[in-house]
Structure formats: C-alpha cells, structure tokens
Write a protein that binds this ligand. Structure first.
Ligand code: ZN
Length: 280
C-alpha cells in the first residue's frame, strides 16, 4: 500500500501538471470510488473547477479547488494516477480531462481507493481529523506528542506507530524500517518506551520517510509514478521483506514475525525482545 513517501512522490510529480489547471471534464467509471456518495454529484462538483493547490495529509492527496471545494483521494492498495498514459490503461476508474488538453487517469486494480468531495475546508478538515493524527516532518511531531499518545498503552510499538490517528502516513514498510533504526523491538509495549526511545523513534520515523521520498517511494506491488515508473526504496530496505538475509548492522539473519496481523521484519539482536512477550 502506498504510504506517506509514495503519496508525497505522486503529489510532487502531479502538482506542476495540475495546479492552475481547470478540470474540464471528469468521468467516474466506478461508483465504488465515491461511496457512499453518488458519482454524478462528485463529477458535477468537479467539472469546471480549477486546481488551486495539490496538498497531502498523511496518505491522502488533498486537492484544493476553486470555490472552496476539496477533493480528498486515497490510493489504498493499488490506486495510481497516470498522467497522459499512451493508451487506455487497464483498471481505469476515473478520467480527468484538464483545461490544457492533458489527461489524468485514476487506475485501481483492487478498487479500494476513494475520492471524496467536500464543499468547504471545514468539512474536509472534520473528515480528516477523524482519521489522521499528527503529521511527521511538521513542528507538531514532537517527542512530547509521542509520550502523550503512548502513555499507558500496552499495544505493541509497531501497532502504535501504524495507527493513523496517532501518526499520519506511516505504514508497514516505514514502521519496520524506523523501529529497526531505533533499535526497538516491534512487540515492545508502546507505554513502556522510555523518553529516549521515543525521541529516537521520532527521529528515525522522519529519517526513513525522507529516505523514501528521496528514492521516490517503494514499489512492492502496484505503486507507480504518474508516468508509470517505479520507486526505488525497496532496494534500500534494511529489514523489511528481508527474511533470512543478514542484518546490515550485526550480520545475524532478519526474522519475520506477525505483529497486529502484519508481516513484520526484525533483527532480534539489534532490537531486543521485551521479556514478557518472549513466548509470543
Ligand atoms: Zn542486527
């Protein structure tokens, strides 16, 4: 699933193509995209609007449109936005025709992606506030915030940082990589992390997200750039999807565990297991 660095990569590529352009026509071919709202109302609300700014919140692309309209797009598992694809791509779900004649096609094999239209910034912010918490790489992402959020929580550290309502944008890849760099076992209870560990985790979350953005995202399944190219961060994973390979720090084999239902990769030498969960 695209995470913060993948969505930010799409935003950076798409912003110069979209900002200042009119959405001359919009055709939503898959009614699931706008559920529970009807696609016709979303098409109607988008047609003729100008894209003022393409922003991002967590894993959401936030289109700011003229007339205080806001389109919030989530790519979920397999969504991608393709700019001027040479042919009609497979799994096309939404067609945008821009005022300058260029085309944008939203494709999505598994159809979990969403597009929701809001008629004011307040409505949009209410929607996002229910779903996502503090944004990394902003001044609000502090060790104090993490301390408050983690206090008393028995949930494993990995599950804690995957919770979008706590930290926006971190998914399975970047959680494994950040915990590895911080030397924290994914099963360690969040409420048992020391202030020093939380400070390290704050820093390593930002480090891996920035490294991911620099590598233009990671392509494991379907993540694609707007021209169909792949990201390259998957070539730089230290532990994620590297079961049995040597830890880049100590050389011992990387193990795969399941934490909160998610495949989780760990070096149990560099990330010592908490005592109580030794039995798993
Ligand atoms: Zn190691």
């Amino acid at each position: 699933m695209p995470e913060l660095p993948e969505v930010e990569t799409v935003r950076r590529q798409l912003a110069p193509q979209l900002e200042g352009r009119e959405l001359r026509d919009v055709q939503i071919l898959d009614p699931r995209w706008t559920r529970p709202g009807p696609p016709a109302a979303v098409e109607e609300g988008l047609r003729g609007a100008r894209v003022e700014r393409l922003g991002r919140r967590g894993k959401y692309l936030a289109w700011e449109l003229s007339g205080d309209r806001h389109l919030i797009v989530h790519l979920r598992m397999t969504g991608a936005l393709l700019y001027d694809p040479p042919d009609e791509p497979p799994h096309a779900r939404v067609h945008f025709t821009l005022g300058d004649g260029h085309r944008l096609v939203y494709v999505d094999a598994r159809r979990f992606g969403t597009g929701h239209l809001f008629h004011s910034a307040v409505e949009r912010d209410d929607y996002l506030a229910e779903r996502i918490g503090i944004e990394p790489m902003t001044p609000e992402f502090t060790v104090e915030h993490l301390q408050r959020a983690a206090r008393g929580r028995r949930t494993p550290a990995k599950t804690f940082i995957l919770d979008q309502r706590q930290i926006a944008g971190v998914g399975n890849i970047y959680a494994d990589e950040a915990l590895f760099r911080a030397g924290i076992h994914p099963l360690r209870p969040a409420g048992r992390l020391t202030r020093a560990q939380l400070a390290r985790l704050r820093d390593t979350i930002e480090e891996v997200l920035m490294a991911g953005i620099e590598a233009k995202g990671a392509t494991i399944d379907d993540f694609r750039h707007i021209d169909g190219a792949w990201g390259s961060f998957q070539d730089r994973f230290a532990v994620h999807r590297r079961k049995g390979e040597p830890c880049p720090v100590c050389g011992r084999p990387v193990r795969k565990l399941v934490v909160g239902g998610r495949g989780t990769y760990v070096c149990e030498h560099c990330q010592p297991r908490p005592r109580r969960s030794r039995a798993r």
